[in-house]
Design a protein around this ligand. Structure first.
Ligand code: AMP
Length: 445
């Protein structure tokens, strides 16, 4: 199969030739004809499988071949993405694909001055990539109109549909024409989000090019158990032992990112960090320098978990496990992309056993443990398996005490021996709550 047999026009074929794309990936093979035929889509494809081109190529073709010329402050196709970096990346791909077409494309996102964006929108844009907050700002300031909008794409759709963006998305939806084509693309779709997404689409075609919620099998994954306070030390040890050259590291919080970067820089290691508190220009510069291998270790919150394409990234380290199990798949999907191989190592402490269990259940695998001599934890991480159970080692029965009284001491309180033992906390997978249209905005990572 070739891109030409999928029905793409010559100017797009020329761009693809320049980029060296020879054969459509499976998601492209299915999505391109469907989008060209005007269908709504719900596409689940692993990250790194070429989904951007899967929606961008046919979209550009429809914009070039059909519909009216764009008018002032209007937009004809809108791609919504959850992070600023992703907006830049998706727009860069779109720009390359549209090289030989007379179309105007642009990206808008927060953290940078709004005025140049307003100026640019004055003459209208055929295809706009945007983060939801800045898009709404521009709309409310009358810099944007949606009367010409024909297609909406939600990239990383499950993230876009979860609680954090629900209010903004609901407001955007109110402003969009009801009659339009809608495309949802994501590597993961939880059942709840799938249900919700189904309600937003018109007779959608469902595309699933790989089993749901599974990371690319080109990524070798394992965990190292360790006490929480020794994680930085273990990271440096593994880095030196493995002679790591380029590593993307995920930490749970912004403070966690800053602390690890500071520690690494203090040891003379070439590290930088990105998170939501940093100015956009600083974030983008750190990412660009990392992509160019000018920075060896990039530490990030989940702001970098989604969709970012870092060519030939060999290794992802989860310094902390993600709170939301699906984010594990997105994080490790930064490596092993476009057919290359990669590794993902997670440093896991006893506190994180429930998160580990949720990840194993979601990905239907038991992650291999590889313990590091001298770093065995004092607080053992209980065994887990893909059934979502934390496997407790049977305790040795205690010898009955000689003294009577019918009771035993339990955490300083007397418990009658006839009383039921307190239940173990139940192990529930951490899932996103699909609430649409309600609730305050969750802070971005
Ligand atoms: P994506 O999943 O959209 O982030 O794409 C992952 C990477 O694969 C990007 O670097 C793309 O440029 C590249 N890519 C996408 N489609 C193809 C293709 N058909 N042939 C070769 N490379 C591709």
């Amino acid at each position: 199969m070739t891109f030409a047999t999928l029905g793409l026009i010559e100017p797009l074929l020329r761009s693809l030739e320049t980029l060296g794309y020879q054969t459509p990936t499976p998601v492209q093979a299915q999505a391109i004809p469907a989008v060209l035929a005007g269908r709504d889509l719900m596409a689940a494809a692993q990250t790194g499988t070429g989904k951007t081109a899967g929606f961008a190529l046919p979209l550009l073709q429809l914009l070039a071949m059909e519909g009216p010329k764009v008018t002032a402050n209007s937009v004809r196709a809108l791609i919504l993405v959850p992070t600023r970096e992703l907006a830049e990346q998706v727009h860069e791909a779109v720009r390359q694909y549209a090289e030989n077409l007379p179309l105007r494309t642009y990206a808008v996102y927060g953290g940078v001055s709004i005025n140049p964006q307003m100026m640019k929108l004055r003459s209208g844009v055929d295809l706009l990539v945007a983060t939801p907050g800045r898009l709404l700002d521009l709309f409310r300031q009358n810099a944007l109109k949606f009367n010409q909008l024909q297609t909406l794409v939600l990239d990383e759709a499950d993230r876009m549909l979860d609680l954090g963006f629900s209010e903004e998305l609901a407001n955007i939806y109110k402003a969009l024409p009801k009659k339009r084509q809608t495309l949802l693309f994501s590597a993961t779709f939880s059942d709840d989000i799938r249900l919700l997404a189904g309600q937003m689409l018109n007779d959608p075609l469902s595309i699933e090019v790989s089993p749901r919620n599974v990371a690319a099998n080109t990524v070798k994954q394992w965990i190292v158990t360790v006490d929480k306070k020794r994680k930085p030390e273990l990271f440096v040890h593994l880095m030196r032992k493995g002679k790591w050259k380029q590593v993307l590291v995920f930490a749970k919080t912004r403070n966690g990112v800053d602390a690890l970067v500071e520690k690494l820089q203090g040891l003379g290691i070439n590290a930088d960090g990105i998170h939501g508190d940093k100015p956009q220009a600083t974030r983008q510069r750190a990412l660009d320098r990392f992509k160019l291998s000018e920075v060896q270790i990039l530490v990030a919150t989940d702001v970098a978990a989604r969709g970012l394409d870092i060519e030939d990234l060999p290794l992802v380290v989860n310094f902390d496990l993600p709170i939301v199990a699906e984010d594990y798949i997105h994080r490790i999907g930064r490596t092993g992309r476009a057919g290359s191989t990669g590794e993902a190592i997670s440093l896991v402490c006893a506190d994180e056993v429930n998160l580990l269990s949720a990840i194993e259940m979601l990905t239907r695998q038991t992650l291999k443990r590889q313990n590091e001599p001298d770093f065995e934890p004092e607080h053992r991480v209980p065994d887990t398996d893909a059934s979502g159970q934390v496997v407790k080692k049977p305790k040795k029965p205690k010898k009955p005490k000689a003294s009577g009284g019918g009771g035993k001491r339990n955490l300083g309180k007397w418990v009658d021996s006839g009383e039921a033992a307190p239940a173990e906390p139940s192990i529930k997978p951490v899932r996103k709550v699909p609430v649409f249209n309600t609730g305050p905005r969750k802070r971005k990572p």
